[in-house]
Design a protein around this ligand. Structure first.
Ligand SMILES: [Zn+2]
Ligand SMILES: [Zn+2]
Length: 362
């Protein structure tokens, strides 16, 4: 029986050798001694860890009624491929993603109706005020950014999100080590003990978000998060009036895989934080199971203005619920040089000050 055992040394990975007449195996490379029963046990545990099972019993999105669908229209941007949805009373002329002209491409088809919407709390005036404040005092800014006509192009866009809920059971196996060091008059000793650590428990996940839009950059959305889902309401087409919805290009099924990866990662992190007192800790395997997952499709409100200047795109985006915003702005080099030249004497004085300090200290 002993000869069939094929185990690796937990310390160095070398192939362990059975020690006849004992219940132990030894590593010929690092001299580690390992208890056979413990190894078999660990092997069993790792082999018997159940596979992941992450199932949703409720799917995201609904079907539009014929009347609703007929009242929706889709605009497409020939320049960047962006597609936005509006109701028939809200017309678009420019693309919220790149600023180029959009054309009406027809009635809505082929996408699901949202389950929830977080309505805009902040109106266009609030968005324009925030943008103007952002532009204020930026003397080097090209004129196109400040033109009232351009600022008026800021659009209220609902960004599609797939949201996932789940109560998950999780099992995780870690390997840990503890190291003890001591010395006597001849040698320094290091003893490393290896541990198999098991954790299991339940974890609840709510509204794990997956962005359904490739046109809205992930880092941009992250900078204006969070959105407060407790203020979400059942979707009604009336919420679209005066606003646009980004037509999702990442579907519900595709998003499930992203959500499941996030859920698994979060479970691993959460349980890892409950394991303490080891010098090293490695995750061996994990199993996350749920059958009762729920997927939802929600729209989140964002005020968006993209400005293209000298071939580069600059974005201003504001959370339509909280007012948190991000924006990047260019520096007009023509104006920059005027500015620097005018202030040359001041720069000279600063340089002098620094030189003096350097001499003083060294
Ligand atoms: Zn070894
Ligand atoms: Zn575009």
């Amino acid at each position: 029986m002993a000869t069939t055992l094929d185990y690796k040394c937990p310390h160095c990975g070398g192939k362990l050798e059975f020690q006849p007449g004992t219940e132990q195996m030894q590593c010929p490379y690092c001299d580690s001694v390992v208890d056979v029963a413990a190894l078999q046990n660990l092997d069993e545990v790792l082999k018997n860890t159940p596979a992941d099972e992450m199932h949703y019993h409720e799917d995201a999105g609904a079907a539009w009624s014929e009347g609703e669908q007929a009242a929706m229209q889709v605009y497409v941007c020939k320049s960047c491929g962006g597609e936005i949805i509006s109701d028939e009373n809200t017309a678009a002329t420019s693309c919220p993603f790149c600023g180029n002209p959009v054309v009406l491409s027809g009635r809505l088809s082929g996408v699901l109706k949202p389950d929830y919407v977080i309505p805009f709390q902040l109106d266009k005036k609030a968005a324009k005020d925030a943008l103007k404040k952002h532009l204020e005092g930026k003397r080097l800014l090209p004129k196109v950014f400040k033109s009232e006509h351009h600022i008026d192009e800021i659009k209220g866009i609902y960004v599609p999100f797939w949201l996932f809920d789940a109560s998950a059971d999780a099992d995780l196996n870690f390997k840990g080590t503890r190291t003890r060091m001591w010395s006597d008059s001849k040698f320094n000793y290091t003893e490393t003990s290896h541990f198999a650590i098991h954790r299991s428990g339940s974890l609840g996940f709510q509204n794990v978000p997956v962005d359904g839009s490739q046109k809205m950059a992930d880092d941009l959305m992250e900078s204006i998060e969070p959105f407060d889902f407790s203020k979400a309401v059942d979707f009604q087409t009336a919420y679209l009036s005066g606003f646009f919805a980004d037509k999702y290009d990442v579907g519900a099924e595709e998003s499930k895989a992203h959500a499941n990866a996030r859920i698994k990662q979060s479970a691993e992190n959460a349980f890892r934080n409950t394991v303490d007192g080891y010098n090293t800790l490695t995750l061996e395997n994990s199993s996350v199971r749920f059958q009762n997952g729920k997927a939802k499709y929600a729209l989140y409100p964002v005020w968006l203005l993209n400005t293209t200047w000298r071939g580069k795109q600059y974005t201003f985006a504001m959370n339509g619920q909280t007012g948190k915003f991000v924006g990047d702005l260019p520096v007009d080099n023509g104006q920059f040089w005027k500015y620097v030249l005018a202030f040359t004497p001041a720069y000279g004085a600063v340089a002098f000050g620094i030189l003096w300090l350097l001499h003083h200290f060294f």
